[in-house]
Design a protein around this ligand. Sequence first.
Ligand SMILES: Cc1ncc(COP(=O)(O)O)c(C=O)c1O
Length: 398
Amino acid sequence: MRQFKTISAIDGARVKINGRWYISFCSNDYLGLSQHPALRRAAKAAIDRFGVGSGASRLMAGTFSLHRQLEKAIARFKGAEDALLFTSGYAANLGVITALVKKSDTLFCDELNHASLIDAARLTGVATAESRPYRRGARLFIYRHRDMEHLKTLLKAKIRNLGASAPVRATNVGAQFYIVSDAVFSMDGDIAPLKEIAALAGKYKATVILDEAHSTGIFGRNGRGLLDELGLRDNLCNLWLGIGTLSKAVGGLGGFVTGSKEMISYIRSKSRPFIFTTALPPAVCAANIAALKIIRQQPQLHKKLWANTDYIKSLLNQLNPLNPVVSETPIIPVVIGDAKKTLQVSQYLWSKGLFIPAIRPPTVPVGQSRLRISISALHRPEHLDALSNHLLTFIRNP
Ligand SMILES: Cc1ncc(COP(=O)(O)O)c(C=O)c1O
């Protein structure tokens, strides 16, 4: 059974566990904002004004002015008409997909999508077309990871069989096609081929549901995300539904979806993971608003993150020139393969004061166990040097 590692103190990229300080390489706090003084101040001021909990679900008595302020700030940041908050990114994926996807619809999902997208697909009562007599919900087709030829083949075959109506609108009643993908894949650090996905979505009249959990705050102009980076943002209201989380680079907590006013209003009224849960605390909203402002106004944080990412990649490539790092993001997997061996490396690094958990099945497929290194703007060069040196020592004396 898995065990917790309980943090009793935190200082930049270092965390204290069982009385000892470790350099953490496993937080998703990419920009280090969770500890930023402006977020602390904003949260404290909101607690003084509103108290701690929100007391009810959003549609009952749980909507505070800060919830709407944050939703407007997210919509502005993403260049969308409107946004809706959820209590986590997981809840956002569940909430959006279960609200929108009908029994007559068809989902096309990348095989390495995050667990929350997979669970969401399952909750629509998905079954394959082959088991249609027993089907309770939408059809699900999995395309090979980032394989656009495979996606195209599936879309082509299914459109012939099933037919699909125009891109989804809240009031649409016809059968819909949805392409569902992570923007940045959380265990491999690679990115989805969004331009190709956009082209296929346009051709086959599909709506894209894109999870920007690991790209918000990292890619695009001042962290607006991968769609923005690729110049696809203008499509947001018709082709794309953008989902994201505030709990990674934004440094707070909560999930969100952006889209047209009509779509957001529909999800607000239909989504069970939105309706039947207590709203985010106002202080969390205040901290998230402060974080979005910093992300917009302080590009030096991105620069630091990317400088650290480039530096560790160059060190790792020197260590292992035959197997260069392919990740395009601050998520850097070091694939070891065997689960036991991966655990050994992780334990060795732990003994040297480095916190990098071993990622094993079922989180990744059998034979692909890995160290998942997460880089932050908080890392200092000596932290990255320590990681590279200890890895080198282990490679030489396993
Ligand atoms: C791609 C992806 N989507 C969604 C989530 C869930 O976000 P949250 O942690 O805010 O629930 C995660 C985080 O684990 C993720 O990696």
